[in-house]
Design a protein around this ligand. Structure first.
Ligand SMILES: [Zn+2]
Length: 347
């Protein structure tokens, strides 16, 4: 069925459905609209300010281009006001997609190293978080991640920021960046400290490297959820372990295609994961940079899994279950999704 606005029935259902997102990066979520706002404040940046040129600049060509765009956006985050504008802008884009709750992965190391004072950085994200909740009804929580490629100095600094300066919205500790050439075990002492301070462990693993990085993440870093984990399906013992311990996977289909973790979308292992009984959540990773958003990712998942509206709602409730919301918060958001589905079924 095609709705008057051109959306198919399932797309319209997804667009209006209350959602949670668990794997989405702060700078990587900057849409052309937000980037234009930042670029306008910092003339002389190589990022175009004209909307058409900016849209062109954001058209994904290959992974090297993604890194170039990403770094040029990082270059626009120069003071605390930039951080606040970026964060609030990201929340506005989430509100438009009916995202009610998001755990946003923030890499404070990049900004602090570039000269933004650490306390000012924390105040900026917290100010944006409070405004987003009050004005937009979007609840944000933070995951501070180590940019793995920046080495152990970045791990030390990220741990210091997460443990000593923990902002109110901080719930978890992560590890991002490339997996190849960045062994997970070296980060154990930092995860130990973050976990001792009460933070949940959510490293990226099994994205571009095999199941062994997922095992490392589980055994050494105490992973409670896995960022991506796409390659887990290659190890049946790992699949059993993930299922038995209800370890959720943060699956990001379009990102996996863009970075060539999977060659063709039809080959994405999400179906195998679901068939194996794993707790699968759907996420957008670095949405504008991969030409996607969370609604699009749900559409892709619905197609790959052959889901109807009730199936899509069940997938959305997986993200609520896998989140670090408290019990009351989970109940409320899951209830909102149920109510939405019932209303839709009644037409
Ligand atoms: Zn990621």
């Amino acid at each position: 069925m095609v709705q008057p606005d051109g959306k198919s029935g399932i797309e319209a259902f997804i667009a209006g459905m209350p959602k949670a997102e668990l794997h989405v990066h702060h700078v990587g979520s900057a849409s052309p609209r937000v980037v234009a706002e930042l670029a306008a404040r910092h003339r002389g940046s190589k990022v175009p300010t004209d909307p058409a040129a900016l849209a062109e600049y954001f058209t994904f060509t290959d992974f090297a281009h993604f890194i170039e765009v990403y770094l040029s956006v990082v270059d626009l985050i120069r003071d605390a006001e930039d951080v606040r504008a970026l964060t609030y802008g990201v929340a506005e884009d989430m509100a438009r997609q009916q995202i009610r709750y998001a755990e946003l992965t923030v890499t404070p190391y990049s900004s602090v190293r570039r000269g933004i004072p650490d306390v000012a950085f924390m105040e900026a994200i917290e100010d944006a978080r409070r405004s987003a909740e009050k004005d937009l009804g979007v609840v944000l929580r933070w995951c501070f991640d180590i940019p793995g490629e920046a080495g152990l100095a970045s791990a030390e600094e990220t741990t210091r920021l997460a443990v000593d300066l923990a902002p109110e919205g901080l719930v978890s500790f992560g590890l991002g960046g490339p997996e190849i050439g960045v062994p997970r075990p070296q980060f154990k002492p930092y995860f130990d400290r973050a976990r001792a301070a009460g933070l949940h462990s959510v490293p990226h693993a099994g994205e571009s490297t095999g199941p062994e990085t997922v095992w490392d993440a589980l055994r050494l870093l105490g992973a409670e959820r896995i960022g991506h984990g796409t390659q887990s399906v290659k190890d049946p013992a790992l699949v059993d372990w993930l299922g038995e311990h209800r370890i959720p996977l943060e699956v990001c289909p379009t990102s996996n295609l863009a970075t060539r973790v999977v060659e063709r979308m039809e080959e994405h292992p999400i179906r195998q994961m679901v068939d194996a009984g794993l707790l699968v959540t759907v996420n957008s990773d670095d949405p504008p940079m991969f030409g996607t958003d969370l609604n699009t990712e749900y559409g892709v998942a619905a197609q790959l899994l052959g889901l109807d509206e009730a199936g899509v709602a069940a997938l959305a409730k997986n993200a609520v279950e896998a989140s670090f919301l408290d019990t009351a918060g989970k109940k409320r958001l899951a209830g909102e999704i149920d109510t939405y589905l019932e209303g839709w079924d009644r037409g």
